[in-house]
Design a protein around this ligand. Structure first.
Ligand code: PMP
Length: 402
């Protein structure tokens, strides 16, 4: 008998299981609206042209070695990431109280940030939106947090933010609670607070002494504009908040499997920076010792070169505009079919995802009857839609809701 007989089978991860089912499905018109990755107008994964170009250049570069990076990663990569997030001329950067460390994509940033806050600031309570990206809970619990709480976010009736509920929940949060905030393109709902709503959120968080932990997984990808997508984070910094922000380059650079991320920290006193970095070093040292170089080099090189940076911004525009066009196309098809219900929310939402308002039963029916793969929450990845399948998709949704 094996000593491993004690191991129980863990539950599947819904989004990956759905993806596997879809890949195994041989039905020619199947549609994959599950896993959150970009697909082009032919339904194919897309390597950004600027990334291909940089990788070719790097392949020829004999000076690039495979030596270890420092524990906190590439400094020029992190500096460029902080600038991209806060804006180049941000006073917090000039004052030496904003800095970054390279991490393993967005997830790794969340984990390192959370573990640091738990170990060194002794924070134990965290709040995430209901609903949120399904991994926030697990990452924070594994990092040592013990008090998971939620704040209201999605109102199923209005298919919009339950803003009164959100504010009420934040007002009731104990001091020093860590509040996870989606910087833009809220996953899974696709609904972001307005500027006025962000201002109100900041008021309450300031008054209640809550700590903002931004999760920025889609900068540039949401609106097509890097500055617009960073508005909320920059606003909080301008208001004088100390905060951390997990940045991912999975979506906006299409570097999903390279695990390129950055954790930005903004503090009010630059004299704390060296001490914070020294402790982050130990957090990372005990977790994975040091990060990988390839993807971070690609990003750092592109961000550092004016011409490549502009090319990258065009690549981002290509992706974000296609997403917006497909939102319009799906809504138009549903209206054309006379599908019952109001579908305006599909075009009001932003980013990769749309919370369609379809129920779990309807989602399951779409999978089993129509080979349209979506999560039971009714979340769809808009990138799975293209001009060739939008009609089939709308007809499937029509059949499901009628
Ligand atoms: N946060 C949010 C809100 C996300 O949607 C994602 C990606 N699905 C992540 C973090 C982390 O992604 P990654 O670790 O691949 O960068």
């Amino acid at each position: 008998a094996s000593r491993f007989q004690v191991v129980e089978l863990g539950p599947p991860i819904e989004v990956f299981q759905l993806n596997k089912l879809c890949l195994e499905d041989t039905f020619p018109k199947k549609i994959n609206l599950g896993v959150g990755a970009y697909r082009d107008e032919n339904g194919k994964p897309w390597v950004l042209p600027v990334v291909r170009k940089m990788e070719k250049q790097m392949a020829e570069d004999q000076t690039l070695l495979h030596e270890y990076l420092p524990v906190l990663g590439m400094e020029n990569f992190s500096a460029a990431s902080v600038s991209m997030l806060l804006g180049e001329g941000n006073p917090a950067i000039a004052e030496g109280r904003a800095f970054g460390v390279q991490t393993l994509s967005g997830t790794g940033s969340l984990r390192v940030g959370a573990e640091f806050l738990n170990k060194h600031l002794k924070y134990t309570t965290f709040y995430y939106s209901n609903p949120t990206w399904e991994n926030h809970h697990l990452v924070f619990m594994n990092a040592g947090f013990t008090q998971p709480r939620t704040y209201r976010y999605w109102d199923a009736n209005t298919r919009a933010i339950n803003f009164a509920g959100l504010i009420e929940d934040l007002k009731a949060a104990p001091e020093n609670s860590v509040i996870i905030l989606h910087a833009c393109a809220h996953n899974p709902t696709g609904i972001d607070p307005t500027h006025e709503q962000w201002e109100k959120i900041a008021d309450v968080m300031e008054e209640r002494k809550l700590f903002p932990f931004f999760d920025s997984a889609y900068q540039g990808f949401a609106s097509g504009d890097l500055d617009q997508d960073a508005w909320a984070v920059r606003y909080f910094v301008k208001r004088g908040f100390e905060l951390v922000c997990a940045q991912s380059y999975a979506k906006n650079f299409g570097l999903y499997n390279e695990r390129v991320g950055n954790l930005t920290l903004v503090v009010s006193d630059s004299s704390c920076v060296a001490r914070i970095k020294s402790q982050l070093t130990w957090v990372v040292r005990g977790m994975y010792s040091n990060p990988p170089a390839h993807g971070a080099r690609v990003v750092a090189n592109v961000l550092a070169n004016k011409q490549l940076f502009d090319e990258w911004r065009d690549n981002i525009k290509t992706m974000s505009s296609r997403v917006m066009q497909m939102r319009e196309a799906l809504r138009a098809e549903l209206i054309k079919l006379g599908t019952p219900g109001n579908w305006d929310h599909i075009v009001k939402q932003i980013g990769l995802f749309s919370y369609t308002g379809l129920t779990a039963t309807q989602a399951e029916y779409l999978v089993s009857k129509h080979h349209v793969y979506l999560l039971r929450s009714g979340r769809i990845n808009i990138c799975g839609i293209n001009p060739s399948n939008v009609h089939y998709l709308a007809a499937a949704i029509h059949d499901t809701v009628t």
